[in-house]
Every structure is written in structure tokens, then in C-alpha cells.
Design a protein around this ligand. Structure first.
Ligand code: SAH
Length: 565
């Protein structure tokens, strides 16, 4: 609940170009936030939407913090019909489009007032805080800071209204964040704020807060055994900061499911002799409770999860698409936003940005693929979140295969335990085809004409067979300065099987500034029309063209095929 929402990057929603400048100032305050603009009205947004109300409701339902640059009334009316739904309510704020007012609307328990103050400071205006408890005590008692969790919200609400009605309060345990709060404190007070890890029902007159000061150590335990261990030790589940497991169990799905159900991070360490040892090494000053198969460490303070063992490293090999931000899939954007390290050819790394100062960029030459793949595993094996970028799709003449080749050649268990995932992108042949119409509407063949990694004789053989089979041909790496004559040879092969009138699509820098799209016939096609940044699509016997109203041409290959004679 509390604090969790803050981990999700906020959406800054704008309706028109007039609020873009304010949106960008807000983005400086929350660098991970993305600007959502109305389609057709806002250029320069990170994401586009077509219907404001629907978009806002979607964000709300996904618990994404919302900063809407428009009238508070529009936001209220848009969200009204979903407000009754129980669940994780994100912070929702309305900000005046010129940045002159910040109004927290919803999400009092997920830190909306904290955000309102941060935004107020960034925009140099006072936030319109209206929450009584917040105004009176200078803090939201029901939203303790990171490292602490409220035991019972409903009981807590009653407690806060008692304080607002004039009751005094006494603090039991260690609650450093309340030191600056203006609480009606008195040693003789009947009402207490109790801070401790023990599981017990809150008394009628107390606000029970659990410090996240407990770590469960396990070799690879399931949810039931962890819950049972906590129960036996009399410790509240909400006091759990993380689960520390044997690094051998890093890829164990049962363990991951348990941590997810407990809503705590999983950390890993080497297990010297048993889990108690492992836990004692990680938390030398904590009190240790040993049970069979599981051990529990109870620290005096909330545990700094980052200092306990390491997390499971992640390596994502992502496709950026041809270049334009709209053609990058959302999963890739999200992966880039949480990356610690980004590796790739410098041009593509730059295309994947902008990045935050804390993200480490490792730009390398285009040819050093295997070295880059190994470096990515070394970083991920240390628990870092690593992204390797390719243009287009990572599985098409790009890094995904190189990464798997590196893994295949490695016997390091730490590399094999890395959370490895490939995230697809729009490949150049598909992006080019879409702009031309549907040249790949029937069977087609994708080839790289580069003989860096395969003999030219194989290329010629495949070209002949694919041309003979009447497949549409998509050429990647069609030509380069080091092999200027090969495309001519390739075209000679194709021309043996295909008419001179066959349509050919040449897409250059598709999805990038200065993109060009040309349609020529196979007879007209000359190698000097093509360079390394060009995608070549050669039609089959059925590929045809249609005149467009602007004078250019649609190219398509029908889905059907004539009956063989
Ligand atoms: N993984 C990439 C392909 C890498 S091979 C993908 O899936 O798109 C590099 C070749 O792809 C280039 O030589 C060129 O033929 C083609 N290419 C890549 N990006 C392109 C673009 N934006 N426009 C046209 N062709 C492109």
C-alpha cells in the first residue's frame, strides 16, 4: 500500500500544446514520468492517447500516479465512475496548465500530499493541501514513511479522528519521522502510537505501526513455510522487509511467487552451511530465531534492503524499432526506464535515451557483439538490471542471438541464473513494408546480404532458391563500403528468375529523421540507389502497385496465389 505507488512512474497528462512547458518542468522533478498527449494535438509527448476520460480511467485502474494538467473538475468527472472500485488508489493531482496551482485530489494514503508538496516546490507555488490530519500534524499518520507499515487502516482512521477531536498521544517504540510532527503529545496520554514487529491485534486506543525490520532466510522455501515461520515466531507479516534466499535458488519460481504474495523483495546470498549462517552474515547485529529450514532475523531498525545480499540480476535484450518513439513497444520503454546499465552500439544507445544520470551507458563499436554480450552477463550476474539495445527487433540479425551464444559458451552458474528476456521490436522490413503498403502480404524470405559471418557462396545459393521459389525478398545489410560489388551480383541472380517489371521498395532511415521511401522496378534498380541504411524489398511475380492520390504508389502482394498451370 503506502509507498508502493511511488515506485510507479507518474503519467503527466496534457490536453493541448499550451501545457507542454509546464509538463516538461514537472518531468524534471520526476525524470521517470512520461508525458501523455492528446493524439493530433500535442507534438513532443512520450505517449499519445485518443480519448481523455478513457485514458485517465485506464491509468487510475493500473494504479499509475496521475498528474493532469487541466481543470480539477475535468479530472473529477472523468474518474467519478471508477472511484467506488476498491484497490490500490494512485495519487491523482490536477495542476494548472501554467503551473500556478497544484491540487492533490485523490490518493491520500499513497502519498498524494507528498507529491503535491514536491510539485509545489518545483513550480514555486503552495500546494493546495486540504487533509485535516496532514495540516494539523504536518504528516499523514496513516501513511508512514518507507520502512514502516500500518497494521490496520480502518482502525487507524478512527484513531486519527480521535486525535483531531483533541485526544493526546504517547509514542511507544522508535518513530523518528514523527519527531518533527506537531502531535498533541503527552506522557500521560491514553492513546499510543506503537511501533514494533510483533503480530497482535491493535488495542482500541492505539495506532499500530510495524517497522520493516524482519528478514526471513530460506534455502528455497514456499509461501506456506515462510508464513508459518513468521506466525510461530509471533511476527507480523507487514514487518517483513525482504526474503533472503540461497543464491542457488535464484531462478526458483516457487520462491518468486512466495515473495510476490508477501509483496517483499527477494534477495540472494551464498549459503555457507545453513540458512541461519547466511542470515547472520547478512545481518550481524539482528536477533536470530532459528526454525527448521527457515531462520528469522529481527533488527532494531527498519532493514535497508539494498544492503542485504543481492537481487537477481536481469538482462533484457530489447528492440528499439526503426527509430521513431511511437514505434517502440511499451514493454521496451518500461525496461529502459528501470535499467541500471544500457549496452549497445552508440547510435542505438543514443536513440534509446534520454537517460537519467544514475544510468550507466556502455557504448561500443558495432562489431564487438560477443564482447558486449559477455559484458552484459557479467553486469547482470552482479545483480544489476541490464539492457542490451538493438535497432528494429533484437532477434533479427542483432544482439539476441549473440547473447544466447555467449550464454551457451559459458559454464558460469551465475550467468545461467540471470533473469534473461528478449523484448521484440518492429523490424526494418516490417516498418518499411507498412509505409509502402503490404509488399509482405504473402510468403516472403528475409536475408542479410552481409558475408561477415557466412560465406558469400551460401548467400548466392539462397538467393537463387528463394528467387526461384517466387518468395518476396527482404534484404538487410544490402551493401557496404567494404563490399560494394556484391549487391550487383545478388541482383543478377534475382533477375534470372524475376521480370524487370517486378516492384522494388527501397526504404532508407525509415522511422528516423530524413526517411525516404522509393518504389522502382527491378529493371531500374541500381546498387548506387542503396546504402547500408536501406531496406530492400523485392516483389514476387504477384506483387503489384496502385497509384496513390499524391502521385506515389502503394505496393502490395495479394494474399492469394494463382493456381499452378
Ligand atoms: N535488428 C535490425 C536489423 C539489423 S541489420 C532490425 O530488426 O531491423 C541492419 C540493417 O537493417 C541495415 O543495413 C538496413 O538494411 C536495415 N535497417 C535497419 N534500420 C533501418 C531503417 N530505419 N530503415 C531502413 N533500413 C533499416
Amino acid at each position: 500500500m503506502a509507498g508502493l505507488n511511488m515506485h510507479k512512474a507518474p503519467a503527466i497528462v496534457v490536453l493541448g500544446p499550451g501545457s507542454l512547458a509546464t509538463a516538461q518542468r514537472i518531468q524534471q522533478c520526476y525524470p521517470q514520468a512520461s508525458i501523455h498527449g492528446l493524439h493530433g494535438r500535442v507534438a513532443g509527448a512520450d505517449q499519445l492517447y485518443s480519448q481523455f476520460g478513457e485514458h485517465l480511467r485506464g491509468l487510475y485502474q493500473q494504479a499509475t500516479p496521475i498528474i493532469a494538467l487541466c481543470a480539477a473538475g475535468i479530472v473529477i468527472r472523468s474518474l467519478a465512475c471508477v472511484l467506488g472500485e476498491k484497490g490500490d488508489e494512485p495519487p491523482v493531482l490536477a495542476v494548472a496548465e501554467d503551473g500556478s496551482a497544484v491540487v492533490p485530489l485523490l490518493g491520500g494514503l499513497s502519498g498524494v500530499n507528498v507529491m503535491a508538496r514536491e510539485l509545489g516546490a518545483a513550480l514555486d507555488v503552495a500546494a493546495a493541501i486540504t487533509t485535516s490530519g496532514e495540516l494539523r500534524f504536518g504528516t499523514c499518520l496513516l501513511n508512514p514513511p518507507q520502512g514502516y507499515a500500518l497494521a490496520d487502516l480502518e482502525q487507524g482512521k478512527r484513531f486519527v479522528s480521535d486525535l483531531l477531536a483533541g485526544a493526546a498521544v504517547r509514542i511507544e517504540g522508535d518513530a523518528p519521522w514523527l519527531q518533527q510532527a506537531q502531535l498533541p503529545a503527552s506522557q500521560a496520554a491514553q492513546r499510543t502510537i506503537h511501533v514494533g514487529p510483533r503480530a497482535r491485534p491493535a488495542h482500541r486506543d492505539e495506532l499500530l505501526i510495524h517497522p520493516r525490520s524482519v528478514v526471513v532466510g530460506t534455502a528455497g522455501g514456499d509461501l506456506a513455510s515462510i508464513r508459518q515461520a513468521l506466525q510461530q515466531a509471533g511476527i507480523a507479516e507487514a514487518a517483513l522487509a525482504c526474503v533472503l534466499a540461497d543464491e542457488q535458488a535464484m531462478a526458483d519460481s516457487v520462491l518468486h511467487e512466495a515473495a510476490q504474495a508477501l509483496a517483499v523483495p527477494l534477495r540472494f546470498a551464498a549459503k555457507p552451511t545453513d540458512v541461519a549462517d547466511m542470515l547472520a552474515t547478512a545481518l550481524p547485529t539482528a536477533q536470530l530465531i532459528e526454525q527448521t529450514g527457515v531462520a528469522i532475523a529481527v533488527a532494531a531498525q527498519p532493514v535497508q534492503v539494498h544492503s542485504i545480499g543481492q537481487r537477481r540480476g536481469r538482462l533484457a535484450v530489447v528492440g528499439l524499432g526503426p527509430g521513431a518513439a511511437e514505434l517502440m513497444v511499451p514493454a521496451v520503454k518500461a525496461e529502459l526506464a528501470r535499467a541500471d546499465d544500457v549496452l549497445g552500439y552508440e547510435t542505438y544507445v543514443r536513440m534509446a535515451g534520454p537517460f537519467r544520470d544514475d544510468q550507466v551507458l556502455h557504448c561500443t563499436d558495432n562489431r564487438e557483439e560477443m564482447q558486449r554480450a559477455r559484458h552484459a552477463f557479467e553486469l547482470a550476474a552482479q545483480g544489476r538490471r541490464v539492457v542490451v539495445v538493438s535497432s528494429g527487433d533484437p532477434g533479427v540479425f542483432a544482439m539476441a542471438a549473440a547473447v544466447l551464444e555467449a550464454l551457451d559458451a559459458s559454464s558460469d552458474p551465475a550467468w545461467h541464473r540471470v533473469d534473461l528476456e528478449m523484448l521484440p521490436g518492429v523490424s526494418a522490413s516490417l516498418a518499411t513494408a507498412a509505409q509502402a503498403g503490404a509488399p509482405l502480404g504473402h510468403d516472403f524470405c528475409v536475408m542479410s546480404l552481409s558475408d561477415n559471418l557466412k560465406p558469400w557462396s551460401i548467400i548466392e545459393k539462397r538467393l537463387a532458391l528463394a528467387a526461384q521459389a517466387d518468395l518476396v525478398l527482404a534484404f538487410y545489410n544490402p551493401i557496404s563500403r567494404s563490399r560494394p560489388h556484391q549487391l550487383g551480383v545478388a541482383l543478377d541472380v534475382v533477375r534470372q528468375y524475376r521480370e524487370g517489371s517486378t516492384p522494388v521498395v527501397l526504404g532508407r532511415d525509415i522511422g528516423r529523421p530524413g526517411q525516404t521511401l522509393k518504389v522502382v522496378s527491378l529493371a531500374q534498380l541500381r546498387p548506387d540507389m542503396v546504402d547500408m541504411r536501406t531496406m530492400v524489398l523485392i516483389g514476387s511475380s504477384t506483387t503489384r502497385t496502385i497509384e496513390r492520390v499524391d502521385g506515389s504508389q502503394w505496393v502490395y502482394t495479394p494474399r492469394w496465389y494463382p493456381e499452378p498451370r
